[in-house]
Design a protein around this ligand. Structure first.
Ligand SMILES: Cc1ncc(COP(=O)(O)O)c(C=O)c1O
Length: 563
């Protein structure tokens, strides 16, 4: 039988050998766009249209692989269905969480990159991609004055945490092997909720993932860390990694890194440890603030709101301590204009990666093209290059100047939101988080104009319960009501199940979160969003004179991840 090239059996479906049919690819892009654009309505919908809250079991029941391939038009229809209901981060009415706005150059570059499927497991296959990954780590390291930084592009903050813990596990056992049950990880009460799960993946048990107390400011208490280090040593356990907070999506308040490092070094001396625990700073959001650290003059402060300037100056001052750490993380899918997944795990120097490697070639400065093999250290074997390409394009297109302008914009948007709430809507909402240095806005609804946050702290058990129940009920209507509504133009805001401004020094209650990361805010859009939210709250109050317990709405908040 004559061999017919597969591509000839499917004409126009694959890139030709000489890539002469690129126009077919562009046509396809156009077709995909035409087949999906209706679901954004007139462009002011906060999520792509979705017809109902489907049941998964119902949708899955008739699912099977087709015998014959279906037509492009049909698959475009299904693709459109697949992305229906996704939030539209472009729309300023979507202020739900940090949602990245990819640069168009990044999206275009990725579309081309995917035609080549480079595998970043080994440079022999993927050309210079491993070199660019190393350049990214080196450039980010320079932001904290590390001249020999190394690292890997990862799926995000959680993978960076896994790498940081694994790096530290290697260092803690270099001279004295330890049982897995004798390795601990230390972080603060307010560090990211994924740390226990990261430990779980690495075999570290929940009791060996130790959370130490924070001060009322939300920062790790260095004396609590010191006591914990003593206790761990007294139990003959070893510290794999200490994780310092670089700032969360809610409460962007970095830990005191310099003091943490001082406590670690002092403990190593006093306790006679034969290793220094790895210190990782979880700066997945706040790494972008380092762009301000790199400018010696203060031109960027000119004409800026003093609140915004003070916020930036204090974050930059806190982050100076990263220079003393062993690693930090930077998510470009949070504060770097890239789509998911694009994070970087950056280490001070190559030997900080020791725990990742079970089979190193360790060529160091002798490394030549054809010899870079990241797979020996990374979780993935086949490694996507998407994150590397996206990060490079974004970093180079924006530069430090673009990052600074972005943060200034976001912080100004935050201040405008707070001003309008205080001036026009103080009867309905109270701004709770003036202490944070980020751009998130946490607000408490005043249902029927009752009880401020401070009054709630001192109110009766019944009043506290009534407030929480009203929040849950309002959330249910606010989040899910618009899905049944054809226009789907409602604002989409975040929710915090259990919010406290001061950790355990204040009782936690539900609160609403405005995380305004659309890049299209102006004064009138901010006013429109808040007016719309107030109207929804007023309508809710009119329909619920008496707050009633609704188990379904309380149940719903089980699905809101902690912040
Ligand atoms: C401080 C912090 N660390 C870690 C993570 C986890 O990052 P990712 O979701 O990219 O894995 C987040 C996510 O929001 C975060 O805010």
């Amino acid at each position: 039988m004559k061999l017919i090239p597969f591509a000839e059996q499917y004409p126009g479906e694959f890139l030709e050998r000489n890539e002469g049919n690129f126009n077919v690819f562009f046509d396809k892009l156009t077709q995909f766009h035409i087949g999906t654009r209706n679901d954004i309505g007139d462009g002011t919908n906060s999520r792509r249209r979705i017809s109902n809250r489907f049941k998964y079991a119902e949708e899955l029941k008739d699912c099977s692989i087709n015998e014959k391939g279906i037509a492009s038009e049909d698959v475009i229809g299904e693709f459109n269905d697949m992305i229906s209901g996704s939030l539209r981060h472009q729309d300023p009415m979507t202020a739900f969480n940090i949602i990245p706005a990819p640069l168009l150059d990044v999206a275009a570059g990725l579309a081309i990159l995917n035609l080549y499927t480079p595998n970043a497991c080994w440079d022999f296959i993927s050309g210079k991609i491993c070199l660019y990954e190393k350049k990214i780590a080196r450039m980010l390291g320079q932001l904290v004055n590390w001249s020999d930084a190394e690292g890997y592009v990862v799926t995000g903050g959680k993978q960076a945490l896994i790498y940081a813990i694994k790096s530290g596990m290697g260092r803690a056992q270099l001279d004295s092997p330890a049982e897995i049950g004798d390795l601990v990880v230390i972080c603060s009460n307010l560090a990211h909720y994924s740390i226990e799960h990261a430990c779980h993946f690495l075999g570290i048990s929940p009791e060996n993932c130790i959370r130490v107390a924070t001060k009322a400011s939300g920062e790790m208490d260095p004396s609590a860390l010191e006591q914990t280090l003593r206790r761990v040593a007294a139990e003959n356990k070893r510290v794999a990694t200490v994780i310092a907070v670089g700032g969360g999506t809610v409460n962007l308040v970095p830990d005191p890194i310099v003091e943490i490092k001082r406590v670690i070094d002092r403990s190593v001396q006093q306790l006679g440890l034969d290793y220094t625990p790895h210190l990782h700073v979880d700066t997945v959001i706040s790494w972008a603030w380092l762009a301000f650290a790199k400018t010696s003059d203060s031109f960027w402060k000119k004409d800026q709101d003093p609140t915004v300037v003070n916020k930036i100056v204090s974050v930059v001052a806190k982050l100076e301590g990263i220079n003393l750490a062993d690693s930090f993380a930077a998510d470009f899918h949070k504060t770097g204009f890239c789509p998911y997944a694009a994070g970087v795990y950056v280490v001070r120097q190559a030997d900080c990666l020791i725990g990742l490697n079970n089979n190193s070639m360790g060529l160091g400065d002798e490394l030549s093209f054809g010899e870079a093999e990241p797979y020996r250290e990374t979780l993935e074997n086949s490694r996507p290059a998407n994150g590397i390409a996206a990060i490079w394009i974004a970093l180079r297109r924006m530069g430090l100047d673009g990052l600074r302008k972005f943060i200034l914009y976001q912080l100004n948007v935050c201040e405008r939101f707070k001003q309008v709430i205080r001036k026009n809507h103080a009867d309905h909402f109270e701004v709770l988080n003036d202490h944070t240095m980020g751009w998130e806005i946490v607000i408490k609804p005043k249902f029927h104009q009752k009880l401020s946050w401070d009054e709630l702290q001192n109110s009766t058990v019944e009043e506290k319960q009534a407030y929480s129940e009203a929040c849950h009920l309002f959330l249910k209507e606010f989040w899910y009501g618009p899905i049944e509504d054809e226009t789907q133009k409602s604002p989409i805001l975040g929710f915090i199940k259990s919010y406290s401004r001061k950790g355990k020094y204040e009782q936690a209650f539900p609160a609403f979160l405005i995380h305004p990361t659309s890049l299209h805010y102006n004064e009138s859009i901010i006013r429109d969003l808040l007016t719309c939210f107030v109207n929804k709250k007023v309508r809710f109050e009119q329909n619920h004179n008496e707050m009633v317990v609704d188990e379904a709405s309380e149940y719903l908040t089980r699905f809101v991840p902690p912040k």
